[in-house]
Design a protein around this ligand. Structure first.
Ligand code: NAI
Length: 461
């Protein structure tokens, strides 16, 4: 029986291993983490992350061939294949602060593997890491190898939060990078056999190590770039009377462009896009490529611009001040169907509104009050468990996550209980703006022709 151990029971480690376990009943999968509360939650009825379909998969194999444990060293020692799926955040201090990936967690995982291993191991980079990380990991593992053979593979994860289980069941592709030596190729083959249990052979791509590592950073940069491109267009649409949805549809019909990832919004969020692009920028700079670095940096600058443009629009529409006014924020997660708030645009928007002294009342179907208060730290906001409660007595409503339930709200009821004039600022273009206007709302939709009211207000940055 092949034994797999995954270090890191987070958004990637948990769902990825649960899917391997359900698809490969003959493989024993143990997910380990240093965080006891996280492991306890994985072993309970309330999993630590919300992801559609995840509960069913975990319940089907937990206790059979899927286990969650804090006994990191024991399970690493026993495993044949070790996935490392620890967090790789942006460095906050020291060399490369604000850009480079912080590999502290990765390095300590690698050192621990080297310390406890007694048999040959395949070590798989599941975390997103800078290109060339495998070289450093190899040095750590083999420095004191006691004759043990280590093969390092890069197997970046392309799942998207909110659709993780769907993505893992039917991945567009699985990417495996390895050394071009007989040992490296044998390890690639061993990992390929795991995925081949459910992924068609033609969708499993094998490359050299550096291509696999770089492809993950490149994929995130390209995806984020599409969002920033359409968001840049949305500003021009508002200035000219064009409609960004019509423009997106028209350009997406071109098969060379395609229709996906072309929705204008208040900006992208999530733990990966910003961190991975900053990392890419840093790698370009370190390789003496400042032009390339600046090109990708612009994707983040447009995202920051889009968030502040939204706040400015809210403030300028409401007579240039929101001081003392109640603003309801619907949605705090960085996208629908997840409770994850890492880098969510809602953080910057709420901080901007509180900075202008608004009284912000937040509702999100999945994010806890504790999490929101932690994310907003010194900014005083209230958190409620109902969209109608959030909007009661408010001057304006800001929709910041595209939760399906926001499309179905009783906007007449919301309007009746709001101050007038009542505003809706739709940061995700989810509501039917015309219907809301019939009710009496003044509506701002990103990248759409502006209401007469908004046109008359001073231009925004
Ligand atoms: P996460 O923060 O949810 O999980 C990481 C886990 O690793 C934490 O529970 C932490 O306690 C644990 N950990 C850290 N050091 C450890 C150690 N030495 N031993 C044992 N456990 C340790 O992070 P997430 O979101 O799962 O991301 C993991 C990696 O996957 C990152 O590199 C990320 O960039 C990448 N990734 C994330 C995606 C996402 O949608 N969240 C998608 C694709 C890749």
């Amino acid at each position: 029986m092949v034994k797999i151990c995954c270090i890191g029971a987070g958004y990637v480690g948990g769902p990825t291993m649960a899917v391997i376990a359900i698809k490969c009943p003959a493989i024993e999968v143990v997910v380990v983490d240093i965080s006891k509360p996280r492991i306890d939650a994985w072993n309970s009825d309330t999993l630590p992350i919300y992801e559609p379909g995840l509960d069913d998969v975990v319940k089907a194999c937990r206790g059979k061939n899927l286990f969650f444990s804090t006994d990191v060293e024991k399970h690493v020692a026993e495993a044949d294949i070790i996935f490392v799926s620890v967090n790789t955040p942006t460095k906050t201090r020291g060399l490369g602060a604000g850009k480079a990936a912080d590999l502290t967690y990765w390095e300590s995982a690698a050192r621990m593997i080297a310390d406890v291993s007694k048999s040959d191991k395949i070590v798989v980079e599941k975390s997103t890491v800078p290109v060339k990380t495998a070289e450093a990991i190899e040095k750590i593992l083999t420095h004191n190898s006691k004759g043990i053979n280590y093969q390092i593979l890069s197997n970046p994860e392309f799942l998207a939060e909110g659709t993780a289980i769907e993505d893992l069941f039917k991945p567009d592709r699985v990417l495996i990078g390895g050394r071009e030596t007989p040992g490296g190729q044998k390890a690639v083959q061993a990992l390929k056999e795991v995925y081949a249990h459910w992924v068609p052979e033609e969708n499993i791509i094998t490359t050299n190590l550096w291509s696999a590592e770089l492809s993950k950073l490149a994929a995130n940069a390209f995806l984020a770039q599409r969002i920033s491109s359409v968001n840049a267009m949305s500003a021009l649409c508002e200035a000219t009377g064009a409609n960004v949805s019509e423009v997106s549809y028209a350009i997406g019909k071109d098969s060379r462009i395609g229709p996906k990832f072309l929705n204008a919004s208040v900006g992208f969020g999530g733990s990966c896009f910003q961190k991975d692009i900053l990392n890419l920028v840093y790698i370009c700079e370190c390789n003496g490529l400042p032009e390339v670095a600046n090109y990708w940096k612009q994707v983040i600058k447009i995202n920051d611009y889009q968030k502040s443009r939204f706040v400015n629009r809210v403030v300028s529409s409401m007579f240039n001040t929101v001081s003392g006014k109640k603003i309801a924020v619907l949605g705090f997660a960085f996208k629908k169907d997840t409770g994850d708030t890492r880098e969510t645009p809602a953080i910057d928007v709420c901080k901007g509104l509180v900075g202008d002294k608004a009284q912000v009342s937040i509702y999100d179907p999945q994010v806890t009050e504790d999490q929101i208060q932690r994310d907003l730290a010194m900014n005083k906001v209230s958190v409620v468990w109902d969209a109608y409660e959030a909007a009661k007595g408010a001057h304006g409503v800001c929709i910041l996550t595209e939760w399906d339930e926001f499309k179905k709200l009783d906007y007449q009821k919301i309007f009746d209980n709001m101050q007038k004039p009542a505003f809706v600022f739709d940061g995700r273009n989810v509501v039917d703006a015309e219907k809301l206007r019939e009710i009496g709302f003044i509506v701002y939709s990103i990248g759409k022709p502006l209401d007469g009211w908004l046109k008359d207000m001073p231009a925004v940055a």
